[in-house]
Design a protein around this ligand. Structure first.
Ligand code: ZN
Length: 137
């Protein structure tokens, strides 16, 4: 199953408000949504750029995944999300090819889409997310 596009690029930021200002006032984009994802301990802000979104991630707790990432590497690009027709099927295909999965089963990510993360040790050092390219209701 071939990815259809880059669904989004996740960027870890220290301060959501300041980063939104940069993307709006300097880059000229418009933030169309802010959402807190409690189980991931992040607050997210979204910008659309063509088919692709920018997903800003501010940690809501130092022990969350983004808090730990910033602690180790500082703010910056956190993950890449590929859109596919069926995230569950793609995760299974990748697992059969020997890619370790962080999420064995897809779960609901931001915007209610089915998503799953792959282990960065098996993805050339880039934390990679597989994401449904639409809302399967
Ligand atoms: Zn993401």
């Amino acid at each position: 199953m071939k990815p259809t596009h880059i669904e989004h690029i996740g960027i870890a930021v220290n301060n959501l408000e300041e980063s939104i200002k940069y993307y709006e006032e300097i880059m000229g984009l418009e933030c169309y949504g802010i959402e807190e994802i409690k189980d991931q301990k992040v607050k997210t802000a979204f910008f659309q750029v063509g088919d692709t979104k920018i997903e800003l991630l501010e940690s809501t707790s130092p022990d969350g995944p983004v808090g730990k990432f910033i602690d180790k590497k500082g703010p910056g690009i956190h993950h890449l999300a590929f859109a596919v027709d069926d995230a569950g099927q793609k995760l299974q295909d990748l697992s059969e090819k020997g890619v370790r999965l962080i999420d064995k089963e897809p779960r609901k990510g931001a915007e209610g889409l089915n998503i799953g993360f792959l282990h960065p040790r098996d993805t050339q050092g880039v934390l990679t997310e597989i994401c449904d390219n639409k809302d399967h209701k």
